[in-house]
Design a binder for this molecule. Structure first.
Ligand code: 2PG
Ligand code: MG
Length: 423
């Protein structure tokens, strides 16, 4: 059969941080060939599927992925020869069973995801459809609002700012193209303002600037200034989103925030004041991955005023999302393919999230490649939002360019705009 797999071959390549990651080449009987590349996080959650690294200090300081590559070539490839790529769910199920470990620790989620993504791409080619149509069918109608990380702190930068990501959200644009122009002009203006103030314009892992600042509020003030000087109205044309990545600042007794130890409740008070003072539409990981009680309190207090996104809390895992829905923890889920390891399980996580009336935000990792699958995924599931870094650096731009192309080629799609936040 022409859609049967005739070759799967993995190799070690490098991600945007220069760390090794997995690339998978897959070929069908009829010669159709595809390549997938796997991303990698830095502020990873403890409950994520396992990214298999070699732990051999003589290669890449122990970060090599030759074991994961070997697992693809020697374990997965032989088990998939001759199988058709068009039943994604069956293929993913087979991958999950072949591994057998709930966290995919045996073969590695990086090995498994590489194959799952390659199968997805090959399936789209067999059907002669763009990836977003193949995944989403005729239901795919929305171009996502980009959440652009333009100022970095935390684990993604070498500065003294403790919120990991400050993001621009161009909700007021009429099209995706206009959203990118607004974001790009604000990003360039921010650079100019930093230069005027003699602040560093070095960038963090996702392309956002990483200046040393006195406080998180100073960062927010700079962003508002940049918007205004770019001719935009904060709160109308553009709003802000944060990823606190609070798991990274969690200690046994509380959270180390702005130099002092704070309780979960004090952090919630802080966010409350922050959303009164700034046009913030979304706060991700405001609390740590296992602090369910404070997540519940946060949602009770602020859930009707702001989007509260669980990233490390849920790790794209339906068991954890289910608990969050039952206990009223957050009202949105960050979606990362490599946190769970297969395309089908990722789609299940999105479906569960949407069924609860919550938002699903498709996201990159801080370590990325030129793979653009997440751009198509965001369109396919009508997620309405995508988080994929600054409007700079090739590996982030690749996703934005893919969305510009999709918009250009398919005038039937609509930019989500404010609607994305009114689920
Ligand atoms: O925390 C996050 O949301 C991500 C992506 O921005 O970072 P990392 O990939 O390092 O987990
Ligand atoms: Mg996060």
């Amino acid at each position: 059969m022409r859609e049967s797999i005739s070759k799967i071959q993995a190799m070690e390549i490098l991600d945007s941080r220069g760390n090794p990651t997995v690339e998978v080449y897959l070929e069908l009987e009829d010669g159709t060939a595809v390549v997938s590349r796997v991303p990698s996080g830095a502020s990873t959650g403890a409950h994520e599927a396992v990214e298999l690294r070699d732990n051999d200090p003589s290669r890449y300081g122990g970060k090599g992925v030759s074991l994961a590559v070997k697992n693809v070539n020697e374990v997965i490839a032989p088990a998939f020869m001759g199988l058709p790529v068009t039943d994604q769910r069956a293929m993913d199920q087979r991958l999950v069973e072949l591994d057998g470990d709930p966290q995919k620790a045996r073969l590695g989620a990086n090995a498994i995801l590489g194959v799952s993504l390659a199968i997805l791409q090959a399936g789209a080619k067999v059907h002669n459809q763009p990836l977003y149509r193949y995944i989403g069918g005729l239901g795919a109608q929305l171009l996502p609002v980009p959440l652009l990380n333009v100022l970095n702190g935390g684990a993604h930068a070498d500065n003294n700012v403790d919120i990991q990501e400050f993001m621009l959200v161009p909700v007021g644009a009429a099209t995706f193209r206009e959203a990118m122009r607004m974001a790009q002009e604000t990003y360039q203006m921010l650079k100019k303002i930093l230069q005027e103030k003699n602040l560093r314009t070095a960038v963090g892992d996702e392309g956002g600037f990483a200046p040393d600042l006195k406080s998180n509020r100073e960062a927010l003030d700079l962003l508002l200034l940049a918007m205004e000087r770019a001719g935009l109205k904060p709160g109308q044309d553009m709003v802000l989103a944060l990823d606190v990545a609070a798991t990274e600042i969690k200690q046994d007794e509380g959270y180390i925030f702005e130099g002092t130890l704070k309780t979960g409740t004090e952090l919630i008070d802080y966010y409350h004041q922050l959303i009164r003072d700034y046009p913030i539409i979304s706060i991700e990981d405001g609390l740590a991955e296992d602090d369910w009680d404070h997540w519940q309190l946060l949602t009770e207090r602020l859930g009707d005023q702001v989007q509260l996104v669980g990233d490390d809390l849920f790790v794209t895992n339906t068991q954890r999302i289910q608990r969050g829905i039952e206990e009223g923890c957050s009202n949105a889920v960050l979606i990362k393919l490599n946190q769970i390891g297969t395309v089908s399980e990722t789609l299940d996580a999105i479906r569960m999230t949407h069924q609860a009336g919550w938002n699903a935000i498709v996201s990159h990792r801080s370590g990325e490649t030129e793979d653009t699958t997440i751009a198509d995924l965001a369109v396919a599931v009508n997620g309405g939002q995508i988080k994929t870094g600054a409007p700079a650096r090739g590996e982030r731009i690749a996703k934005y360019n893919r969305l510009l192309t999709i918009e250009h080629n398919d005038p039937g799609l609509e930019y989500a705009g404010w609607e994305a936040f009114r689920r």
